[in-house]
Design a protein around this ligand. Structure first.
Ligand code: GLN
Length: 342
């Protein structure tokens, strides 16, 4: 890699991140800030997820130079769930290009829950975006491959390249979701009825596997950092997708990554992000860092409560909000709330 990373960091609109020790401190503070919030509930519609320890909490920032800042349960494995949608979408855009994926999948928020059937009906069978289940299942079906095994292998390998290590399937979560995912199968059948999916059950099976891949909070931060770094994994140095694909993926995450709560998230936090029902969240500060956060209690939309609190704190303290127009003060203040700074 022969780019001048420092130059990339300076060019980010809101200025560079503070020095590493200050980022360490602020990650600690964000963790302590979010820890007391025990609101929300662990997902139980996938039976295996109901067993998760609700107290688990990990927070990790990986910068585009590969430096990492971690606190809490950052090495505990959990199923990636819907966070996978962001990275499979990037892989499909890399293979098929901007226009084809835009036409078939879309980029607009449905304003409805991630597993909404009504959203499909209201849009004449168009899934609207790749972050709700309908769009994600249709996106997975677009991964170029000769057969389902090859498609699953391509998804697993692609997500592993984002993480920088071989990701393994959680057999228990996969079996549990495969036995109870009638709703996703119905969504896929509905897409089929509109001529938008050829082999619905195969697509749901590969999608269910991709959701059951095991990751840690650290992995999620590295995956996010790869999108922040224009498609180059900052730990392995491998190019996974192009800068154009990263830009497109981040735009879709900003509009749809937190489902019907995407507007609130963008207003409060100002970063592209994606959640999963096991409690993981990835957020991306382009040109700066990826943030991984994990805690199993979810709000009503299915987004981890503590993860949102911690990432919001970091966005404020580290000056990550994409809509800011001035260089940030470099972490001189904490991120307790907007307006807390003098
Ligand atoms: N596998 C889950 C499902 O399809 C993913 C949903 C999520 O993480 N929001 O229901």
């Amino acid at each position: 890699m022969d780019r001048d990373l420092e130059d990339v960091r300076q060019r980010a609109a809101t200025g560079p991140l503070p020095a590493h020790p200050r980022v360490d401190e602020l990650v600690e503070q964000a963790y302590r800030w979010a820890m007391p919030d025990t609101s929300g509930a662990v997902a139980d519609y996938i039976p295996a997820l109901a067993d998760a320890d609700p107290e688990l909490f990990g927070l990790c920032v990986v910068e585009v130079d590969g430096a990492s800042h971690a606190v809490g349960d950052v090495d505990v494995a959990f199923s990636i769930q819907s966070i996978s949608k962001a990275f499979v979408y990037a892989l499909v855009c890399e293979e098929l290009g901007h226009a084809g994926v835009l036409e078939r999948i879309g980029v607009d928020n449905t304003g409805l829950a991630f597993n909404s059937v009504m959203a499909i009906e209201l849009n004449d069978g168009h899934p609207r975006n790749p972050m709700v289940n309908a769009g994600a299942i249709a996106t997975t079906a677009m991964v170029p491959a000769a057969d389902p095994d090859a498609r699953w292998a391509a998804v697993r390998t692609g997500l592993s390249r984002f993480a920088g290590r071989d990701l393994a399937l959680d057999d228990e979560v996969y079996a549990s979701e495969a036995a109870t995912n009638q709703r996703n199968r119905a969504i896929a059948r509905l897409l089929e009825s509109y001529g938008r999916l050829e082999d619905p059950l195969e697509a749901v099976d590969v999608y269910t596997r991709q959701c059951s891949l095991l990751v840690t909070t650290r992995d999620v931060a590295v995956m996010g950092a790869t999108l922040a770094d224009g498609g180059v994994n900052p730990v392995t140095g491998e190019r996974v997708v192009s800068p154009d694909v990263c830009r497109d993926t981040l735009a879709v995450l900003a509009s749809t990554g937190m489902y019907e709560r995407s507007g609130t998230w963008l207003f409060e936090i100002g970063l592209p992000g994606k959640s999963g029902v096991a409690g993981g969240v990835v957020a991306v500060a382009p040109g700066k860092a990826g943030i991984g956060a994990f805690s199993p209690r979810l709000d009503a939309a299915g987004n981890s409560v503590r993860a949102q609190e911690a990432i919001g704190y970091l966005s404020r303290a580290l000056g990550l909000n994409l809509f800011a127009s001035a260089v940030h003060d470099g972490g001189a203040h904490d991120g307790a709330a907007w307006g807390a700074r003098p």
